[in-house]
Design a protein around this ligand. Sequence first.
Ligand code: ZN
Ligand code: CU1
Length: 182
Amino acid sequence: MPACLAKSSERNHHHASAAWLLLLLAGVMLAGCGKSDETTPPLPPVAIESGDECHVCGMIIANFPGPKGEAFVRGRETPLKFCSTRDLFSYLLQPDSKTIVTQIYVHDMSAADWKHPVESAFVDARSAWYVAGVSLKSAMGPTLMSFKSREDAQAFSEKHGGRLLRFEDITLEIVANLGSGE
Ligand code: ZN
Ligand code: CU1
């Protein structure tokens, strides 16, 4: 590339202007999208309030044990909330959801009480570790246990069975095969 740079300063000048124009256009387009999207820092998790209903099944979330989920979507200041990681993933894995979801949280069950996990135990869902195939029943029956650290997920699966998964590994098929809700 240095040879190319040395070749013609005029040509490079043209390249530079074109790049600048593209940047400028991109900036204008981004600004047109509104202020609430890509440019804002990650939104922090919020508490599950006593009357909050699951976005998927409508159940009162706080009435049930197990790891819960939250997902922020474009154009909404408060997150959608889910009774279980199971319902969170059945929402996230819909084609329509993928394009609008921004920040996602799940409970770190090493730091959370099984019956009443709280806001302070939420961790980034995309970097969390999951254990599938566990018989413990959450709101919708067997669910994905979620953990912040690999060590905790590993320790849990050694004790209760199940296999370790990352966020990207989880498919609708895995969610459907967790067992039916009871
Ligand atoms: Zn639900
Ligand atoms: Cu439910």
